[in-house]
Design a protein around this ligand. Structure first.
Ligand code: FAD
Length: 377
């Protein structure tokens, strides 16, 4: 059986390692061939970008050589896929190589895009890219006070990030001793301050305690850079001295170019994690069109289901497990405290008061991630 994993980020790496361990014997015997194709030889722990933006981690703390994270038995090539020929069970790469498969796993992720919001890229700071995170920290250190507007594009990965960024800004300026000179103004595109109701309910009193202003129904339309004003689709505006953006995202262009999903989001069965109309194609992580959080934790839990199902399909001819929508997120608060949110398709999260120990756990996870990517956690 030929198993092909496209994408060497969080989802692709965890699923490939999961399959490699479950099927190590079959791989050694030559009954199973497991191949990974990625666009880069590096593996970035993207949640670490948030800490880079606040000077708590450096870029080289959050990057590893991808080949060091993979189990023996996985053939790894840096050669991005350009054509998916799903009806023929094959893909064609940038270098022109054709890979045939029996089972395909797609985990190509998504990326920040700025082309729909004039002025946003030039005007704003963001932790969502490597360059952006480094630049944001420099800007935060130099900032002497004024209006800080936080604007949020949709959809975006890591839905907790807008709130975390805001809490971390509060804490950062407090530690610098200039919080009284900074007016924090959070905006959010829908009717409450977070799309998950219980998170919104928990965050409102926290915002009020930290004296953070907020405005809902604020969908970014354009940024008037000369006058330092953000205009919303709703007709309101926010003045800023420092603009921090969670940019809107799209799936990778290769997905839409191959007619596999509008804006790069692949239509995916929410339980089986297969691509609609293709039972031998699994999809996970940010590139699915599932209405759940685009997080590494989602990709992790999906990987376990897909890994088990791939082994089961090989051994028994059918899949055995379904994904229940499980997501687990840490939420950084202020004063070196954090809380967490655990939920699935049915049960919403219950948010507890932030604690220092939860923050320490998150800081530890930032180091343990590499074991998690290898599937050891
Ligand atoms: C600032 C920030 C904070 C975050 N915080 C958290 C957090 O606290 N908790 C959490 O769980 N998640 C967090 N996330 C989200 C998390 O990083 C993503 O949800 C996760 O990386 C998604 O995994 P993925 O495998 O779908 O995509 P990615 O990890 O992005 O991997 C995609 C892979 O596909 C490859 N690829 C792309 N195109 C091709 C192609 N054509 N052919 C082959 N390979 C290709 C890329 O090179 C890459 O290796 C955060 C993200 C950011 C940016």
């Amino acid at each position: 059986m030929r198993i092909l994993v496209v994408g060497g980020g969080m989802g692709g790496t965890i699923v490939a390692n999961n399959v490699a361990r479950r099927m190590s014997k079959e791989i050694r015997q030559g009954k199973v061939e497991l191949t990974m194709l990625s666009a880069t030889d590096q593996h970035w722990y993207q949640p670490g970008l948030l800490y880079v933006a606040f000077g708590k981690m450096a870029l080289n703390d959050i990057c590893r050589d991808q080949s060091t994270l993979l189990e023996p038995g996985i053939k790894f090539f840096v050669d991005p896929v350009e054509e998916f020929e799903l009806n023929e069970n094959r893909v064609r790469t940038k270098s022109g190589v054709v890979h045939d498969f029996d089972l395909l796993v797609i985990a190509t992720g998504c990326e920040a895009i700025y082309d729909e919001v004039p002025g946003l890229e030039k005007a704003s700071e963001t932790p969502y890219t490597k360059h952006g995170a480094v630049k944001m920290f420099k800007r935060l250190r130099e900032f002497e006070g004024g209006k800080v507007a936080i604007v949020v594009g949709v959809p975006h990965k890591c839905p907790i990030a807008p709130i975390e960024i805001t809490f971390m800004l509060h804490e950062f300026f407090e530690k610098r001793g200039i919080r009284d000179k900074v007016q924090l103004q959070y905006t959010y595109p829908i009717a409450r301050i977070h799309n998950i109701e219980n998170i919104a309910k928990w965050a409102v009193p926290e915002f009020e305690r930290m004296q953070i202003d907020y405005e809902t129904f604020f969908n970014i339309k354009e940024v008037d850079i000369d006058n330092k004003v953000v205009h919303s689709e709703e007709g309101t505006e926010k003045e800023y001295d420092l603009l921090v953006a969670v940019p809107p995202h799209r799936g990778m262009p290769v997905i839409e170019e191959n007619g596999m999903g509008d804006d790069g989001w692949i239509p995916t069965d929410r339980y089986k994690l297969t691509m609609d109309g293709h039972d031998n194609v699994f999809v996970l992580g940010d590139t699915t069109n599932l209405p759940i959080s685009k997080t590494g934790s989602t990709a992790h839990f999906e990987s376990e289901v897909i890994g088990e199902n791939i082994a089961s399909i090989f051994r028994t001819g059918s899949a055995t497990r379904e994904y229940d929508g499980k997501v687990y997120c840490f939420i950084e608060a202020d004063q070196d405290r954090a809380t967490n949110a655990c939920f699935n398709y049915i049960d919403p999260p219950e948010i507890k008061a932030p604690t220092k120990s939860m923050h320490m756990l998150k800081m530890s996870y930032n180091q343990w991630y590499w074991s998690s990517a290898r599937g050891l956690l």
